[in-house]
Design a protein around this ligand. Structure first.
Ligand code: FDA
Length: 305
């Protein structure tokens, strides 16, 4: 119930306009986000680098309403790329297709992604948004990757269609990040039971690692905080003899930090995704929905006022 309410809130424009003004909400979001500016993201990336951890970075936002707005997002990412190069960071971009203008047309989105990929030093990852965008995101990936080989894509294990999508992408030897999926989807579209999502994730993640070993896959990103799945992925990768250039675990800044430290200490390749920006409300509601116990943390911030 609470999870559905939070996912509903993530799509509500009135709440998005009002809630971020409250100080206690601003304080609570800091747990998952170092700040609203690029400099905040760089500060945290440099701190993580000190500890030997590479990063990914996202400027928060989705569904821009014009090509000009998408152009401003491209400019922000280009500035990020320039800052990454200046600092010599191993920091990759992770972008939302609707933030780069996919609602305004495929041609625009392809042009924007290719522009970013050509200027970036590492992989530029396409996030996967809610299910109405999956076909378009797969097309965007195919078209952009034909022009810039350093484009990767995120797949969501909770969708019934994902195994088929994976099969269809294999001839491209794609770079894929696998996640469970964070949006509110009907049962015809996404597997409703969490245990079944976990199993779908397990099956596909292990298959991706084996396909990598056999040279059928590009880079494998295992994007989850699920300690059981991570243990199994790490054991499989070790048994297959995969190295850092083949795969890594990818986790969100501020989430399951103990598990991040444990994996890093054990030598498992790990990259941390840092999000920053002013448009954090829908993204933050999805983080709360992933673990409704987080709401208690928000409420404690009210008491601290
Ligand atoms: P699960 O939800 O089972 O959580 C496992 C454990 O992790 C929990 O028991 C808890 O301890 C901890 N945990 C998980 N989420 C937490 C939270 N919010 N707060 C505190 N603890 C938490 N989704 C999507 O639809 N499209 C995308 O493009 C991406 N991109 C992406 C990139 C990366 C690098 C990651 C790690 C995740 C995404 N996601 C995503 C989000 C993803 O779909 C999923 O919602 C979250 O990762 C949570 O699911 P877990 O796999 O961690 O498992």
């Amino acid at each position: 119930m609470l999870k559905s309410a939070l996912l509903w809130a993530s799509t509500n424009a009135t709440l998005a306009a009002r809630l971020p003004r409250y100080r206690f909400v601003q304080r609570a979001v800091r747990r998952f986000m170092p700040g609203e500016t690029m400099e905040d993201a760089f500060r945290e990336a440099e701190a993580l680098r000190e500890r030997g951890l590479p990063t990914l970075v996202t400027e928060l936002g989705e569904n821009v309403d014009s090509a000009a707005a998408a152009g401003r997002v491209v400019d922000a990412y280009r500035a990020l790329s320039a800052g990454i190069a200046r600092r010599g960071l191993d920091m990759q971009l992770s972008v939302k297709p609707t933030h780069l203008g996919m609602d305004q047309g495929m041609e625009l989105a392809v042009r924007n992604v290719v522009t970013l990929a050509r200027e970036a030093e590492g992989t530029v990852w396409l996030d996967m948004e809610s299910s109405p965008y999956v076909d378009a995101t797969l097309e965007l990936f195919r078209e952009a990757r034909a022009q810039a080989p350093n484009v990767g894509i995120c797949l969501q294990a909770y969708l019934h269609r994902t195994e088929e999508d994976y099969e269809a992408l294999l001839p491209l030897r794609p770079d894929i990040r696998l996640v469970k999926g964070a949006y509110m989807e009907p049962p015809e579209v996404a597997i409703p039971r969490k245990a079944d999502v976990d199993e779908a994730y397990r099956r596909l993640a292990l298959r991706m690692l084996r396909d990598r070993k056999e040279g059928r896959m590009g880079f494998v990103g295992v994007g989850t905080h699920d300690a059981r799945l991570l243990g199994e992925a790490a054991r499989t990768a070790a048994a297959l003899g995969l190295a850092r250039a083949d795969w890594e675990v990818e986790m969100l800044y501020g989430i399951a930090v103990q598990e991040q430290n444990r994996l890093h200490g054990a030598g498992t390749p790990l990259r941390v995704l840092i999000s920053y920006g002013a448009h954090w409300f829908p993204w933050y509601m999805r983080r709360l929905a992933e673990r409704p116990a987080n709401v208690a943390f928000v409420l404690r911030q009210v008491v601290r006022r």
